[in-house]
Write a protein of this length. Structure first.
Length: 202
C-alpha cells in the first residue's frame, strides 16, 4: 500500500488485502485498507462496499466517512457525494461499532430486571395502606409513601431506558450481523477492476 503509486498498483494491493479476507481475516483496519486501495484504483462500487464493512467493525470514523463519500462520488460519476440519508437518521447504527452496540443492548437487558423488581417492590409498598390512614399510636406513613413514590418513579425511568437501549441496539446489532453474514457469503463473487483508466494491453 505504501509503495503503490498507480491505479494498477493499488488494484494489486487491493487483491492482496482481499486474499486475506478470503482466508477468513475480518476486521475493521483490513476492510478500511481494502476500501482505500480500491478507491485509489478507481473501483468506487467495491470500495464503498469494503468501507461499509469497515464501518461495522470500527464505527463511522472521520476517515471512513471521507473515503466513503469519495467512493460514492466515484460510483455516481459526480465530483462529490453526501453520505446516504440513513447515516443521519439512524446515526447510532453507524457511529458505534457492532461490538459496542451489542454491549449496549446487553446493558439495557441487565437494567430491565432490577428496574422491574424495584417497580414490583414499590407497588407492594403502595398497596399496603393505600388510604394512608394510620392506627392509633402508629407513626405517620406519609414520608414512607413519598420515598416509595420516588423509588417507583426511578424504577419506571430505568425500565423505560433499559427497554429502549435493549430494543434499539439489539435491532441495530442484529441487522449488522445479517448484513455481515450476507457479505461473507457473496464477497467472493466480487470482481475488482481498475475503472479509472482504460485497460492496457501488454
Amino acid at each position: 500500500m505504501a509503495s503503490a503509486r498507480t491505479p494498477a498498483e493499488f488494484l494489486d494491493t487491493a487483491r492482496t488485502y482481499n486474499q486475506l479476507v478470503a482466508d477468513g481475516v475480518c476486521n475493521g483496519p483490513l476492510f478500511f485498507n481494502l476500501g482505500t486501495a480500491l478507491l485509489l484504483a478507481g473501483d468506487g462500487e467495491n470500495a464503498a462496499a469494503a468501507l461499509r464493512r469497515a464501518e461495522r467493525y470500527l464505527g463511522s470514523t472521520p476517515e471512513i466517512r471521507v473515503n466513503l463519500r469519495q467512493a460514492l462520488a466515484l460510483q455516481s460519476g459526480q465530483p462529490d457525494a453526501d453520505l446516504p440519508w440513513d447515516h443521519v437518521v439512524f446515526f447510532w447504527h453507524y457511529d458505534e461499532p457492532l461490538r459496542v452496540r451489542a454491549q449496549l443492548a446487553l446493558c439495557g437487558w441487565l437494567l430491565l430486571w432490577p428496574a422491574l423488581l424495584l417497580r414490583l417492590l414499590t407497588r407492594a409498598s403502595f398497596s399496603g395502606n393505600p388510604s394512608g390512614n394510620e392506627r392509633e399510636g402508629e407513626r405517620p406513613r406519609e414520608p414512607r409513601h413519598r420515598i416509595s413514590g420516588r423509588l417507583r418513579s426511578f424504577a419506571n425511568a430505568c425500565l423505560f431506558f433499559g427497554l429502549l437501549l435493549f430494543l434499539v441496539f439489539l435491532a441495530s446489532a442484529a441487522f449488522s450481523l445479517l448484513q455481515e453474514q450476507m457479505d461473507n457469503r457473496t464477497w467472493g463473487e466480487r470482481t475488482f477492476a481498475n475503472k479509472s483508466m482504460p485497460e492496457q494491453t501488454p
